[in-house]
Write a protein that binds this ligand. Structure first.
Ligand SMILES: [Zn+2]
Length: 323
């Protein structure tokens, strides 16, 4: 095993031990990664104690979650009754339709009773406890409603009280800052449903890797979507920078440089080049999230999360899955 693989494996072991409150594999460095290794691996050593976060949240400790089969425990009927809002009711109905199996017979199944025991305290949005596949299905169904002009009316008062003490978003979005592509709108979701990191060009930085790792390791979000869009100004800037050696003022050059590998990876020079580079940028980001970050890599290997890529079409509002 190479030095880097060994270090990454130690970091994974330490993550598990950290969440369980056990001592690290290496005593001098909690992740087993040197500063340079961390940069190479695209990994920033956590500055937070994950065990503390998890033990003080409503969520299960990591080892219990593993013992119980991980994510996607079905909703207990007791929990579903705790949120009577119209929007939540509609979401619960939709979740039922995609296979959660709590359609309302009035009799709790053994599985539902087990799920009720799993939570010592109810998650704020029980309908958000989903498997990765269910989460993706719900996300895309929300986009279909948005495209069809059938978005569910949003009322903050519906969720106001339930979200004061916590959150359990069911999907994390790494999207562009473009004002035309707002994730809550295009997936027809409400407060508490999506954990969102945005930046022009939806490329990966250490800062937003930290945000994504937090959403998975602490909030148990089962799905990450990298969301690009047509006519992205940041991707255009990156193409200009590569083609004409343009220098942009201030920090703007950073985004052009970050997207440049996607520009170089696309040989196409036709009119569809911008679109193809945009797609490539999403695909490369998805690949990196699946394989290059120790925490997300671990959860992805365990099939606890899915990492997918989408492209938002400006004219229709449709999100096309491209990775
Ligand atoms: Zn953009």
């Amino acid at each position: 095993m190479c030095h880097r693989c060994d270090q990454i494996n130690k970091a994974k072991e330490n993550l598990i031990k950290s969440v369980r409150g056990e001592p690290d594999v290496t005593t001098s460095h909690s992740t087993g990664l040197s500063k340079n290794d961390s940069l190479v691996a695209g990994y920033v050593e956590p500055q937070v104690d994950l065990a503390t976060y998890i033990s003080t949240s409503y969520l299960e400790p990591f080892d219990k979650l593993r013992a119980n089969g991980g994510f996607g425990q079905p909703l207990s009927k007791q929990n579903s009754r705790q949120d009577p809002s119209k929007r939540s009711f509609l979401k619960l109905t939709a979740a039922s339709a995609i296979g959660l199996g709590f359609a309302g017979t009035g009799i709790a199944t053994a599985q539902e009773k087990k799920a009720a025991k799993t939570y010592s305290k109810a998650p704020p949005k029980p309908e958000n406890v989903l498997t990765p596949d269910q989460a993706l299905e719900r996300l895309m169904e929300g986009n279909e409603r948005y495209v069809a002009g059938k978005s569910i009316p949003l009322d903050f008062h519906d969720v106001q009280n339930s979200l004061v003490k916590g959150q359990n978003p069911y999907a994390t979005i790494l999207g562009c800052s473009d004002s035309r592509v707002s994730p809550e709108h295009c997936f027809d979701e409400a407060q508490g449903d999506l954990f969102v990191a945005r930046g022009a060009g939806n490329y990966l930085t250490n800062d937003n890797i930290a945000t994504l790792e937090y959403s998975v390791a602490v909030l148990n979000t089962p799905l990450i979507m990298v969301l690009g869009h047509e006519s992205c100004g940041a991707v255009k800037a990156a193409i200009d920078a590569v083609d004409h050696h343009k220098d942009f003022p201030g920090h703007i050059q950073l985004l052009a440089s970050a997207i440049a590998p996607a520009v170089r990876a696309v040989s196409d020079t036709s009119s569809s080049r911008l679109l193809n580079v945009t797609k490539k940028n999403v695909i490369m980001t998805v690949e990196r999230l699946r394989n290059k970050t120790p925490i997300l890599d671990y959860y992805h290997d365990q099939k606890k999360i899915r990492v997918v890529g989408g492209l938002y079409h400006l004219d229709t509002g449709k999100v096309e899955l491209i990775a």
